[in-house]
Ligand binder design. Sequence first.
Ligand code: BJW
Ligand code: ZN
Length: 241
Amino acid sequence: MVSQQLKDHIKKARRVAVLTGAGVSAESGVPTFRGEHGLWKKFRPEELANFDAFMRNPELVWEWYQYRRSLIYDIEPNPGHFALAKMENAFDEFSLITQNIDGLHQKAGSQRVIELHGNIRRNKCATCGEFHEDEIPITQKKVIKCHCGGLIRPDVVWFGEMLPVDAIRNAFEWAESCDIFFSVGTSAIVHPAAQLPITAKQAGIYVVEVNPDKTPITAYVDEHLQGPSGEILPEIIKFLE
Ligand code: BJW
Ligand code: ZN
């Protein structure tokens, strides 16, 4: 399953970066965004994950996030997450860049995680930006207000919003300077994250995609490992042990 070419690259690699997307958490039971289970009450994620939708109908968007929080509340990382946590210790330098907001990489033991799209466990005020952590139960049905009067929203990055500046700068630095770049479980259509594997390829880096399906970057990568990350990543890890 893992080619000799990849084994050779892995043996030589000192600095490795991995970009992950929703597919990595699929085997833990978290629905992906664009798969068959991506719809919620007939809404596509694009219709809900933006500031205008929140301001138009805050209760609806809040309800969606509370529902998703309830889905991830007591789920566990899967073998793909654990394999990535092991990878962190197997290379001299390693970075895990995730678009996921579910915190499962950290739960699996990954310590150096760059979160591009925020984290669903945190909230912040839509007006003053103050963080509101741990104080809002997942049973809270109605949107609540900050002491400034602003609406409290999840601390995630919606369409049209800037990604955290340090996170995205850091991610591009890794994409330009690693020895192997893995793109795992992402449809590679949401920018700027989708640009990372392309940037790596343009910098002459060996790029490997792990995904059961083809994506817009499949034709550009050096290797496409077709299958679920919960099966493929543990296979890759075997060469590091
Ligand atoms: C498995 C598997 C298994 C299944 N194992 N795999 C350049 C070009 C075009 C558009 C733009 C551009 N630059 C910016 C834009 C606009 C926009 C954008 O990209 N739009 C595209 C849809 C075209 N980007 C933005 O707005 C970003 N902001 C920005 O650029 O700011 C600067 C700016 C501001 C103003 C004007 C202009 C520029 C922000 C993007 C924020 C994305 N936010 C979300 C929601 C987060 C909060 C939440 O969760 O609710 O992030 S959207 C959603 O998509 C979420 C994800 O992180 C993201 C990516 O999805 P992902 O992870 O790839 O999931 P899926 O479902 O798409 O794919 C799953 C994959 O797994 C599939 O391939 C499966 O096959 C696979 N899979 N099982 C391994 N077992
Ligand atoms: Zn406030």
